[in-house]
Design a protein. Structure first.
Length: 185
């Protein structure tokens, strides 16, 4: 699978459009939050109108002295908000890929005590999941076939009949041919 095909596994045009729409809303909300925070900052730091020249100078001095700490607090608040939202987006996006990877690992585990589980409808890697399920099914058929052949081989070995040795040798050749047809890589 080349890079372009790999990109298309997880996204369709509709998915891309929906994600861009979600990101636009998130960006709009973050911008709105920034405007509210900075507007509130300006409101609280603005000089209250004084009646005399000394009151206006004093209000201006107080607003300038509180401006730097207030900007730091507002900036840290906005940075924390953006980091939190970005973290949630990353977590949500990772589950769309991590979920299928977990299911692939579970399906490939050696244990035969569980059934094959598919991936969710909206998850990425749908084609890969289908190929994996087909591969697991094919390997299961090979395994059952080899187990049946081994059962026959054991029966031939325990048989006192002399023709059983010839049949046993033919069965071993069949097993070798089946195993030669299996390629892991």
């Amino acid at each position: 699978m080349n890079h372009e095909e790999n990109l298309e596994i997880c996204t369709t045009d509709k998915d891309r459009h929906e994600r861009l729409k979600q990101l636009a809303w998130i960006a709009l909300l973050i911008g709105l939050a920034a405007a509210i925070v900075l507007g509130g900052l300006v409101y609280f730091l603005s000089a209250k109108g004084g009646t005399s020249y000394i009151e206006m100078i004093n209000a201006h001095r107080l607003s300038r002295s509180h401006l730097v700490p207030a900007l730091w607090v507002a900036g840290l608040f906005l940075l924390s908000l953006v980091a939190l939202i970005t973290g949630f987006i990353a977590l949500y996006s990772s589950f769309r890929v991590a979920g299928p990877l977990y299911r692939f690992a579970r399906n490939l585990s050696v244990s035969e005590k569980h059934s094959i589980i598919g991936i969710r409808q909206g998850d990425c890697l749908q084609d890969v999941s289908q190929q994996l399920q087909e591969s697991i099914h094919t390997l299961d058929v090979y395994k059952q076939d080899i187990e049946a052949s081994l059962g026959k081989a054991e029966a031939y070995l325990q048989s006192p009949d002399e023709n059983a040795v010839v049949e046993y040798a033919a069965l071993i050749k069949q097993l070798k041919a089946k195993l030669d047809g299996v390629s892991i890589i």
